[in-house]
Design a protein around this ligand. Sequence first.
Ligand SMILES: *Cc1c(COP(=O)(O)O)cnc(C)c1O
Length: 432
Amino acid sequence: MRFASTRGASPDVGFSAALVQGLAPDGGLYVPQQWPQFALDAWPAAAALPALAEPLLQRFAEGDALVAQAADIVGDAFNFPAPLVPLDETGHLSVLELFHGPTAAFKDFGARFLAACMTRIRSGNPKVLRILVATSGDTGGAVAAAFHRRPGIEVVVLFPKGLVSPTQERQLTCWGDNVTSLAVRGTFDDCQRLVKQAFLDPELQITAELSSANSINLGRLLPQAAYYVATSLAVWRKHGQKASFIIPSGNLGNSVACLWARQMGLPIGDIVLAHNANRTLPDYLQSGLLQPRPSIATLASAMDVGNPSNLERMSHLYPDATQLGQQLEAVSISDAQISARIISDFAARGQIWCPHTATAAEAYEQMPAGRRANGRWVLVATAHPAKFREIVEPLIGQAVTIPENLQRLFELPTQCTEIAATLDALREVIAR
Ligand SMILES: *Cc1c(COP(=O)(O)O)cnc(C)c1O
């Protein structure tokens, strides 16, 4: 399969090239040139994620060297589950838990799959691949975990010193080996600027090839589509009804993956995006005017995006707000509503949400009762609440039990270098 840029001014490329490049040369994002169609009865009966991801990868990587290693790659990438847990007896409401990976958030799916592919693409290449990631908290940890100890690859994580939560900071600094963690004296924007400058710096490209693993990489979308395949098939086989998803959304990568799965013939009904107070997409669908704006800090910080990059992939499929609005809905949930939802669902049923997942739970509560009762609704849980315990614990008045995957990280020694927000400082640590 070939992939085209959403901006239409770059040559089309194969799967491996799209992964390594990240962004197309014209600044656009890679999208499939045609949509493979999967008949429902062609999917293997076994519901395990690797078995369902394999045919997906085989079609996406058709004509690419990676296709021969598809089974190997999905086995390496999907080494943790995405369980669908019922929340009521009728089977009308469930939660899809995407937080059983190494850093307890759904970004582990994209990062691990990308690492599994990149390792094989680079195998035998004498030059080191150096992956630079600027992070405001979640992405950097997932990428570091996924690439930790992968041969031929180094990771440099840049985060704003003092501006990530203590729990997030541990996940960014507990790796060592081929991962270098840098606390930058500046903001997230400074970190992003440094990464962009590094890509333009010839000196930094002498010893290694540079790459990024940011959220617009095509390699993140395919593994995310895989859990929508698995979930919608499970719901269809059990209830004979389409699954409808409520997805906590920010940069729209997770929701594009869901749209793509439906585009490829999976039995997916409604798609509802739950945003925090950053309401660029809800406003666009309502007014028809796209108005990107600076992000607002909220409790669901991993969704603080004022100019969502993956909207470009949505607009490529559905060019205006009217068309897009026929395919999905978007709501905006305030911090006060997030807190209230965490408090009341804990009180009513002992359910503890992370602030992001709470936006989806609140969007569900706001729906008319008839709509809730007729659908097969799936709340997408994007992170474990322990990851955001600084926010959640004061609301519920007790400690959140830390899952084994996070506990293991918390026990590792941390290491980190503080640098000024300048290219010289970055060059110096990399040279060491
Ligand atoms: C990144 C993230 C989101 C937002 O996902 P997008 O693909 O950017 O829309 C939601 N919740 C958590 C916990 C995240 O880390």
